[in-house]
Ligand binder design. Structure first.
Ligand SMILES: [Cu+2]
Length: 203
């Protein structure tokens, strides 16, 4: 250690920092500012800036882009799904004809129930999903697949938990949904299809 290190400098410049009459006790004046290395100060600025950017990104994603994460809608015993309504009969329920539907999806190795869903254009669908065995996932709409629609719907399907996500389908088209959590040897076979068809009689 040399004599001209910043710590030594600061110590020498401030006679009140060490007072000998007190037997060597260090007295820190209230107005003494902490020495921060320029490199460290820059990293603190970068960290603060990054947090502000993240906060803005989360706010824009949640409020302006409508990106949402599935909510924890409740608990259910994965071992008794087959005898627990509505999970005993998964599928589409019409809430408001042509406008709003509840869709109950059960994932189990290695299939979804139901595997085919058809809704009218403009319908709002409340997805409820749970698993009968291990952790699965639902990715609806695969970007880049020819003749298929893409979406940002992505649901974790967890045994014991009901995940809920609501989305409105304004465009006619076909959406594939696949399991996106590796769940075993035939994981790649877990897929279903959601068709959005023109509303009856038009509007
Ligand atoms: Cu899987």
């Amino acid at each position: 250690m040399t004599d001209d290190t910043p710590a030594a400098e600061g110590f020498d410049e401030d006679p009140s920092a060490s007072s000998e009459p007190d037997g060597g006790a260090v007295v820190v004046e209230p107005d003494e500012h902490v020495h921060v290395d320029p490199y460290e100060r820059n990293w603190m600025r970068i960290a603060a800036f990054t947090m502000v950017v993240f906060a803005i990104a989360v706010t824009v994603a949640g409020l302006a882009l409508g990106i949402q994460v599935p909510t924890d809608e409740g608990r259910v015993d994965p071992n008794t799904l087959a005898s627990t309504p509505p999970w005993s009969e998964p599928g589409l329920r019409e809430i408001v004809p042509g406008e709003e539907y509840d869709l109950y999806i059960v994932a189990r190795r290695f299939a979804f129930q139901p595997m085919e869903v058809e809704i009218p254009q403009g319908a709002t669908v409340n997805f409820y999903a749970t698993s009968a065995d291990v952790q699965h996932g639902i990715k609806l709409g695969l970007a880049g697949a020819e003749g298929r629609q893409a979406s940002n719907i992505n649901i974790m399907v967890i045994p014991g938990q009901v995940s809920k996500l609501t989305s409105t389908f304004d465009d006619v088209g076909v959406y594939d949904y696949i399991c996106h959590e590796y769940c075993g040897l035939a994981h790649h076979q877990m897929a279903g299809v959601l068709r959005v068809v023109p509303a009856e009689g038009g509007e």
